[in-house]
Design a protein around this ligand. Structure first.
Ligand SMILES: CC(C)(COP(=O)(O)OP(=O)(O)OC[C@H]1O[C@@H](n2cnc3c(N)ncnc32)[C@H](O)[C@@H]1OP(=O)(O)O)[C@@H](O)C(=O)NCCC(=O)NCCS
Length: 176
């Protein structure tokens, strides 16, 4: 087992054996822990989500509930669905989530980025975003967009995202 330490975040990676990671979280899963925290966290694009657990997570960040059947179809239509799990041998807990839509070839848009408030401010949102961009790059997608709430623009800006110049490129249409 290799233990690699990222000096800037004092993050440790490769904490789980390859077999455990693959068996429990699927291919291309990424495990890590943070400074001063015993927990092992895992980003996974393969581990199946429990829709009730996902609904509970999204409620913790204050988002209004969406019908489960529609959420299920939205996930099925997404090109990438990522869960961030607090690892546990028996009961891994979903503490973060995001998904991407797009053509799967050229462009993607990131939606529903959420970290359970109990785990916010620890650097997990940043790790989740890095993981998503790494997977999108692996697929070959190089243009990624997202719509940020005004309160979290700093979160994305600090990770190198460029802001849309006001009213010069973006257009929205809402059915109601
Ligand atoms: C936005 C969110 C995903 C950030 O996750 P997080 O795990 O708390 O973020 P991190 O701890 O990785 O923070 C990374 C950096 O962004 C900054 N940051 C995080 N949330 C921020 C916020 N709401 N406003 C401004 N800066 C923020 C942190 O200070 C940190 O800065 P640093 O790198 O200089 O230390 C999380 O707060 C969340 O789920 N919010 C509710 C849902 C939401 O608004 N999602 C975004 C929809 S567009």
């Amino acid at each position: 087992m290799i233990l690699r330490i990222n000096k800037s975040l004092q993050k440790k990676t490769n904490l789980l054996s390859k077999t455990t990671l693959q068996n429990k979280y699927g291919s291309d899963a990424f495990d890590f822990s943070l400074k001063d925290n015993q927990d092992i966290f895992v980003c996974s694009k393969c581990k199946e989500l429990d829709l009730i657990e996902l609904d509970q997570l999204l409620q913790t960040v204050g988002w209004s509930r969406r019908p489960t059947r529609r959420v299920k179809r939205a996930l099925e239509s997404s090109i990438l669905v990522v869960g961030l799990w607090r690892h546990d041998e028996k009961f891994p807990r979903l503490i973060g989530f995001a998904r991407c839509t797009g053509d799967g070839i050229l462009e993607a848009t990131i939606w529903d980025v959420a970290i359970n408030p109990v785990y916010q401010g620890m650097g997990l949102g940043k790790e989740l975003m890095k993981y998503i961009l790494r997977i999108l790059k692996m697929i070959g997608i190089s243009k990624v967009t997202l719509f940020a709430d005004s309160g979290v623009i700093k979160f994305y800006k600090s990770q190198g995202w460029s802001l849309e110049p006001k009213q010069t490129k973006c257009a929205f249409w809402y059915a109601n």
